[in-house]
Design a protein around this ligand. Structure first.
Ligand SMILES: CC/C=C\C=C\CC(=O)SCCNC(=O)CCNC(=O)[C@H](O)C(C)(C)COP(=O)(O)OP(=O)(O)OC[C@H]1O[C@@H](n2cnc3c(N)ncnc32)[C@H](O)[C@@H]1OP(=O)(O)O
Length: 664
């Protein structure tokens, strides 16, 4: 946990040894306290060097211990002893120094940071020995340092506070940080530290802290996929991918090309027409150049090839199809790829919800077919849903997951069903939002409630950004709207359930969102981003309500949140029951990284557990009674089962999920 060595007969070298990140667990704190005591009491020791094993100084407190009561010695007295000691202590920092690890470095009298500090420990020790006589320690104690306090501190912090409130809506920690900075600048050290401890205690005991800790581990759990066959992340070897091809240079295709090229993979990009190819090429080159400039590296343009011919793909390791969301077209592409590519080439689809196994079925290698569902813009968004078809091999899944990681994505393995996890859950969420419009709410009221909850964007603002025509096309293909559907017979119902045609009416007016300058909001120009409420939408809603004799009512923010988010979580429970997601953590990670769900709320499933499953069940029953023609509001059997089992913690739900067959 901490190794103590006497080096050169006078320097104590204390090495933190708690892999993988040398977190300050209770055992480490105990060993550190003992080692420091030994060093300070040993007359032979004239100086101390603290470092971390395996190229990492310290990743801070052991977050796993936060779930229980504090055990072992507290950190602050240890830090105080180092700071006040009569022997110089040097932090030799390599890799990370985070949280409590950073505090540990701060109280040391000297800090040396290098990307390979272990090579330097002996030199550091020598330098420390020499400087000992020259420099008295009083000037090296952090408590003796004065913090500069600008005369306009209040105004400065006010500006920062406003910025933080805008960027991290509803999040407590950044505001507490500003208060701690104020305390440091205006109070003596001991009082400032006391204030900081109080702020820390408030945060530490908050629901937000629990949510953020949950997110940290959920993100890491998501990479550890497992199949009922026994194949899993640590026993399935991914293939090495050196070359890839992308079919389709629309918005998604371009982002995927950039994501691959910037990690050094050669990419062949294919389009069907010369003009589309040229436009796509220019866009990709521009994106890569801007990206490289931002990262201070040179753009990897030599890795790219642009072509109109699928024949050029015969030798690539992997293909990602990113053509229009049209099953017939995708099947044609997969049939062609089957003929052209060498038998070992992996064939992936970027479909956002179509049947991956149906595509596998038209190829000569269904075991090498897998979904790689990127989120737009693909070179920015961190989420990748890896859609495992029933015939995808474990090697194929491992390769897609590992390629996602290589591109810096958070990859989550999901099963194959319409919409997979993310988009399947989006439907009930968006349905509730449009039903609320019918009942009397406005897009801006619903968006504000969701943004106050913490979403980066409300549902209507997000739809305008994504483009309203995509969903419209899908609804037409599923027979929910279009020339063959009589909107009056029956009105506001399709396939035996409630249906809101307002989104179709918006699209019929050519309002497709930001790209057309009009959508649920109006924008200064096509492509504009500054959303303003549009009186025409207000008129449309009023006319619609009067046509169907709907008496608008005042709808509270609480109802908006409950109906949208409990319907969302309810679908999540069904997804768990169906074996489309293996764990609630996977669902939460998908919503955190793909749909802007606020991290300090932990994701839809964690949020439901924090609200209390009993309460979620009671509200869903209430809303389902009021809207019996909305099946998504009917509480799922798993939710009922969990409540009947006493609402266990989210980490243990898996034990209660008995799926007949997993789709993973
Ligand atoms: C006694 C209390 C006194 C003082 C309290 C002070 C406040 C704090 O210190 S709060 C903690 C602050 N520290 C952090 O927030 C760091 C969190 N960790 C990270 O950001 C990263 O893990 C990393 C250190 C930058 C390393 O990143 P990477 O190389 O990508 O590895 P990972 O996959 O993220 O992590 C590997 C492995 O380590 C586990 N882990 C990492 N940090 C901690 C930690 N602080 N506590 C416990 N466990 C940690 C992580 O879960 C991974 O575990 P696996 O089992 O391999 O999944």
């Amino acid at each position: 946990m901490a190794r103590y060595e006497l080096v050169k007969r006078s320097v104590a070298l204390i090495t933190l040894t708690n892999p993988p990140v040398n977190a300050l667990s209770s055992a480490v704190r105990h060993a550190m306290a003992k080692s420091m005591e030994q060093a300070l009491n040993d007359p032979k020791v004239t100086a101390v060097v603290i470092c971390g094993e395996n190229g990492r100084f310290c990743g801070g407190a052991d977050i796993r211990e936060f779930a229980g009561p504090l055990r072992g010695p507290p950190l602050v007295p240890l830090l105080d002893a180092i700071e006040a000691g009569e022997k110089p202590v040097v932090a030799a920092i390599e890799g990370v120094a985070l949280g409590g690890g950073f505090e540990l470095a701060l109280v040391c009298h000297y800090c040396i940071a290098h990307f390979k500090v272990n090579h330097f420990v002996l030199k550091i020790i020598k330098a420390v020995g020499m400087s000992r006589a020259a420099k008295p320690l009083s000037s090296r104690r952090v408590s003796m340092l004065t913090t500069p306090c600008p005369p306009d501190l209040d105004a400065l912090l006010e500006v920062v506070t406003m910025e933080v409130k805008k960027k991290a809506r509803g999040v407590m920690a950044p505001l507490a940080c500003i208060q701690a900075v104020r305390a440091a600048a205006t109070m003596p050290y001991s009082k400032g530290i006391k204030r900081e401890s109080e702020l820390m205690a408030t945060l530490f005991n908050s629901g937000q802290a629990r949510a953020l800790q949950y997110c940290f581990f959920a993100q890491r759990t998501a990479g550890k996929w497992t199949l009922p066959s026994g194949a899993q992340w640590n026993n399935s070897k991914p293939r090495e991918i050196r070359s890839a091809a992308i079919i389709g240079l629309g918005t998604m295709g371009r982002g995927i090309v950039v994501s691959l090229a910037r990690v050094g993979i050669s990419v062949i990009a294919v389009e069907s027409e010369k003009k589309l190819l040229e436009t796509g090429k220019q866009m990709v080159i521009g994106m890569l150049e801007r990206d490289a400039k931002r990262r201070g590296v040179s753009a990897s343009l030599n890795l790219l090839k642009f072509t109109l011919s699928l024949q050029d793909l015969k030798d690539v390791d992997l293909v990602i199809e990113a053509v229009f969301e049209d099953m017939a077209l995708k099947k044609r592409v997969f049939q062609e790829l089957s003929k052209v590519c060498r038998p070992a080439t992996l064939l992936c689809t970027n479909t956002s919800g179509l049947d991956v196994d149906a595509l596998a079925g038209v190829t000569d290698r269904p075991h090498l077919v897998v979904g790689m569902h990127f989120f737009s813009p693909a070179h920015v968004m961190k989420l990748l849903e890896v859609v495992c078809g029933p015939r995808s091999s474990s090697e194929t899944i491992a390769t897609a997951m590992s390629l996602g990681k290589r591109m810096g994505k958070v990859s989550v393995a999901v099963g194959n069903c319409p919409g997979f996890v993310g988009n399947r859950m989006l439907k009930p969420y968006m349905d509730q939002a449009t039903f609320l419009l019918e009942e009397g709410a406005t897009p801006e009221q619903i968006d504000k409630a969701l943004e106050d909850f913490g979403f980066a964007m409300g549902v209507f603002r997000m739809s305008d950004l994504a483009g309203l025509d995509v969903g419209w096309r899908i609804r037409k293909e599923s027979g929910l709207t279009g020339p063959d559907v009589d909107p009056k017979n029956p009105p506001r119902r399709r396939h035996g359930r409630r249906y809101c045609p307002i989104p179709d009416m918006v699209c019929e007016q050519g309002r497709f969102g930001q790209k057309t300058g009009r959508g649920w909001y109006m924008y200064d120009k096509p492509g504009g981003t500054n959303a303003k409420p549009d009186p025409l939408i207000q008129n449309l809603l009023e006319m619609y309500r009067s046509r169907y004799a709907i008496q608008p009512r005042n709808i509270s923010d609480q109802e908006i949140i409950e109906r949208c988010l409990f319907a969302l979580a309810n679908e999540g429970f069904r997804i768990l029951e169906d074996g489309i997601a293996a764990r609630p953590e996977d669902i939460d990670v998908i919503y955190l990284f793909g749909y802007g769900f606020p991290r300090h709320r932990g994701g839809p499933m964690f949020y439901a557990s924090m609200v209390g499953l009993e309460r979620v069940l009671e509200r869903l029953e209430h809303y389902h009674q009021a809207h019996p023609d909305v099946p998504h509001l009917e509480p799922s059997p798993l939710l009922k089962k969990l409540v009947a089992c006493g609402s266990p913690s989210v980490q243990t739900w898996r034990e209660h999920i008995k799926t007949m067959h997993s789709h993973l």
